[in-house]
Design a protein around this ligand. Structure first.
Ligand SMILES: C[S@@+](CC[C@H](N)C(=O)[O-])C[C@H]1O[C@@H](n2cnc3c(N)ncnc32)[C@H](O)[C@@H]1O
Length: 264
């Protein structure tokens, strides 16, 4: 299947409402341990100011402020930012992240950061070559000299080996009589390096369907030399590509999540 670049996609417009429920088992704490490990190892002289690009509902940002970082989160989706801000409202401490709506390909925050994190495939949402370049260029613009980029993405060699084309996966959450169901259908556009994820959501309350909607989430996958070239083209020094989420070993063709670690 080929991606239609003119297709209007609005990921997370409706999914935002259910996002934290569907990812309640995601190990954000472990990912933050990894971020801290990278900063300790490769950013020894850096300060503690983090830009969370594609912060979503704020899960990394909220954990990172608890570990002493100052964090600003930016997300293109208003619906995700609203949810992140609601989490801040119920905190009884002044030490909270700030969340802003913005497209990281072009927004200007008028601040410079020590570290930029771009987690859970936010980089993969930049599907055209120019999008990737704009995204990385604007992140670099927001980093101090020596600043670090930590960005994960779908790892191309594993995507092609996984035979995920036309694969359907179902995730079902149950709360007594209420159910939330997500049907995910993946088709691959190997020419453009894109996995087209079509999600269908069904919410059931008291045995009745109360909501049903679909969202398309195109995910770009990157091959090692391709992402290194993109990063170097915009002026980053690539430190390495690591499996999600550890520095102990190199990336292998069985790893879905690959983390680019680069320095200005
Ligand atoms: C899978 S979610 C990850 C959210 C969060 N980082 C997490 O780990 O839960 C991807 C996020 O990237 C955001 N996003 C995609 N492209 C973006 C862009 N160009 N600028 C800012 N946010 C973007 C989406 O709106 C979405 O919230």
């Amino acid at each position: 299947m080929k991606i239609n670049f003119n297709m209007k996609v609005k990921p997370y417009q409706k999914f935002a409402k259910y996002y934290d429920l569907f990812y309640s088992d995601k190990d954000y704490k472990r990912e933050c341990d990894f971020i801290v490990e990278v900063v300790k190892k490769y950013g020894r002289n850096l300060g503690n100011f983090i830009l969370d690009s594609g912060c979503g509902t704020g899960n990394h940002a909220l954990l990172l402020v608890e570990r002493g970082f100052k964090v600003i989160g930016v997300d293109i989706s208003n619906e995700m930012i609203l949810r992140a801000r609601n989490k801040v409202k119920i905190k009884d401490t002044a030490n909270v992240p700030e969340f802003m709506q913005g497209d990281m390909k072009r927004c200007q925050l008028n601040q410079k950061f020590d570290v930029c994190i771009s987690m859970f495939n936010t980089l993969s949402y930049q599907i055209k070559n120019q999008d990737v370049l704009d995204y990385l260029t604007n992140i670099k613009r927001h980093l101090l000299p020596g600043g670090l980029l930590i960005a994960d993405f779908w790892y191309g060699p594993t995507v092609l080996r996984s035979k995920d084309d036309n694969l359907i996966r179902i995730k079902r959450l149950e709360f007594g009589k209420d159910k939330l169901i997500r049907i995910a259908e993946t088709t691959l556009d190997t020419f453009h390096h894109i996995g087209i994820l079509k999600y269908q959501f069904i919410a059931i309350k008291d045995s009745k369907i109360v909501e049903e909607f679909s969202e398309i989430h195109p995910h770009r996958f990157f091959f090692p030399q391709e992402i290194i070239l993109f990063a170097e083209m915009v002026g980053f020094d690539v430190i390495g590509l690591f499996p999600g989420y550890g520095l102990e070993r190199k990336i292998e063709d069985k790893d879905w999540e690959c983390v680019l670690v680069a320095k200005v």
